[in-house]
Write a protein that binds this ligand. Sequence first.
Ligand code: NKO
Length: 210
Amino acid sequence: AFYPILATLAAYLIGSLSFAVIVSRVMGLHDPRTYGSGNPGATNVLRSGSKAAAIATLLLDAIKGWLPVALVHWFGRPYGLGDGTLAAVGLAAFLGHLYPVFFRFQGGKGVATALGVLLGISGWLGLATALTWLIIAYFFRYSSLASLVAAVFAPLYYVLFSGVAWYAEAPVTAAIIAMGLLLIWRHRENIKRLMAGKESRLGKKADTKA
Ligand code: NKO
């Protein structure tokens, strides 16, 4: 069980790279943990006013979820890495983003990283989930609400659209459900704000002077 453990540990370390913080630092912007929702994520970086920084954050946070899964998928077989390891590395990258070892275990909510993991599992699964996010974001203008709805739909898409019987890839199903539940848990303050009508709409900038 050496290679599966090594791959999972490597995925956790890559996931721990909090790109909202890194990109903001490199681009000379305020630390996203000090304004808006305080979340180190693409949505909050957008509240700084820099679309480029938000897009870079989204892409890099997604790539760090996608890469470990894709590497296991492409090169894992000769090392005995199967679907169990695939699910483990995806979940590990996601957990690295939520609880990053390099950032005092204070990470983000996992949306972009989960999207990367889903794309690594299946391009169609990732696209269907991203489309769900876009539709909700377009009509309701809340990033958090779009993420919550996408998190509910992702496991359903996987179970309904995977070619084989879902139980054939139980570890992958379990990982997607676990990511969805953790993602919802990390949005608990957003849920309170949504229900109180106090959630920040997409496109609204934050005061970064504080
Ligand atoms: O600052 O608390 P905030 O308002 O920033 O942020 C709430 C937000 C946090 O997430 C982000 C990342 C935004 C990424 C946008 C594009 C995502 C495409 C959707 C994929 C959804 C995957 C969910 C899969 C769960 C298993 O929510």
